[in-house]
Design a protein around this ligand. Structure first.
Ligand code: HEM
Length: 346
């Protein structure tokens, strides 16, 4: 194969980039730009940006090598949702976070999806199912990292949230260790710790608040928040930032008895299968489940953003889509492999 030969899975990207660049050169720059003009279309700027960065990811990565990829993933997520109503919350955003943060993750006896902060990821079978179907339709083509990023978007959209175009072409890591998930932010983090943790992934203060809105979906086990309910500090039995009645409700759900079920816990907001801004409204009334949710209201760097989203769901949706694109594109690997099985390195 000649040095310049572009692999089939990248052809669509390369062709798009070239035609965009050609178009770009032909266009006269107008005197004033506004965000809606053609010059600033997401596609065009991404195409050029990615070219300069020498990265391969683009929205059209599988157009030639696996045109049905997104449809197969969407159908799988949709079907799973029909049979298991918990799938929307459980098959995704929380799932995406560790994976997009740990592009380089694992083969070991304990794969990374079993690492501690991922215990909620009980619907990973949906990702595995989609991957199996993709291996039949277009073998060795679509990476697990791309399947996860697309499925996360589909879960959000199917739950009533925003849609965004996922850039594709990530490769899967060739090592995988359960310990890597330990670098994830903890539910006990304060704002400074969250800032540090997200900054390491190229994410801003606004991204922290916006992406924490992912807790509009889903469930948490008692172990992730019960330290707030009893013996919280020397002076407070219950975390004083938590609404008192809410704390009593959570205490009932998480009794300190040995016969507590291993699935004991609570939903993360009162409309936990709908993607909406109720999570932010709950924070305003002291009903954030994790310390890391509630602290967003006590720090001036994040408070105004919580207040904005609680009032303006459209703003939350718009920014959530933008932050997910940012999260999904950080530290993308061009080298690596397309895993045949999502759990294991080939
Ligand atoms: C700000 C830092 C974050 C912390 C400290 C955090 C922490 C947690 C914890 C402790 C759980 C519950 C685990 C359990 O006990 O079962 C959880 C669940 C969840 N998180 Fe986060 N998370 C963070 C950011 C995110 C982001 C960025 C998203 C998505 C964009 C997200 C989406 C979810 C979802 C959907 C669930 C529920 C999963 C389920 O129902 O199985 N989280 N998170």
């Amino acid at each position: 194969m000649g040095q310049d030969r572009i692999p089939k899975d990248r052809e669509a990207c390369e062709m798009l980039k070239l035609s965009m660049l050609k178009k770009w050169r032909q266009l006269e720059r107008p005197d004033s730009f506004d965000a809606s003009d053609e010059y600033h279309s997401q596609e065009l700027s991404m195409a050029i940006y990615q070219r300069e960065e020498n990265a391969a990811i683009c929205a059209h990565y599988y157009d030639q090598s696996c045109p049905a990829a997104e449809k197969i993933i969407l159908e799988t997520v949709k079907n799973a949702t029909l049979y298991d109503p918990k799938v929307p919350a459980r098959s995704s955003p929380q799932n995406v976070l560790p994976r997009l943060l740990h592009q380089d993750s694992t083969q070991s006896n304990q794969a990374e999806k079993d690492g501690p902060p991922n215990i909620s990821v009980r619907s990973f079978y949906v990702i595995e199912d989609a991957k199996r179907k993709l291996e039949k339709a277009c073998p060795r083509t679509v990476s697990c990292a791309d399947v996860i990023a697309i499925a996360a978007r589909d879960v959000v959209t199917l739950s009533g949230g925003p849609y965004w175009s996922v850039l594709k072409g990530r490769k899967d890591g060739t090592i995988s260790r359960a310990t890597e998930t330990r670098n994830l932010p903890a539910p006990t983090f304060n704002v400074s710790q969250l800032i540090q943790s997200f900054a390491a992934r190229g994410l801003s203060v606004k991204d922290i608040v916006t992406l924490s809105g992912g807790h509009t979906l889903g469930f948490s086990h008692c172990s992730s928040f019960e330290a707030r309910l009893q013996n919280f500090s020397k002076v407070h039995d219950i975390d004083p930032s938590m609404n008192y009645a809410f704390a009593q409700t959570l205490k009932k759900k998480c009794p300190r008895s040995s016969n507590r079920g291993k699935n004991a816990g609570t939903v993360l907001d009162s409309t936990s299968s709908v993607f909406d801004n109720v999570y932010f409204k709950q924070i305003l009334s002291g009903k954030g489940v994790f310390g890391s949710d509630q602290v967003l209201l006590s720090d001036s760097r994040t408070k105004w953003i919580v207040e904005t989203y609680a009032q303006d769901q459209k703003a939350f949706f718009r920014e959530f889509a933008a932050s997910m694109v940012k999260l999904g594109n950080f530290g993308v690997k061009e080298t690596g492999q397309v895993r045949l099985n999502t759990r294991f390195v080939n």
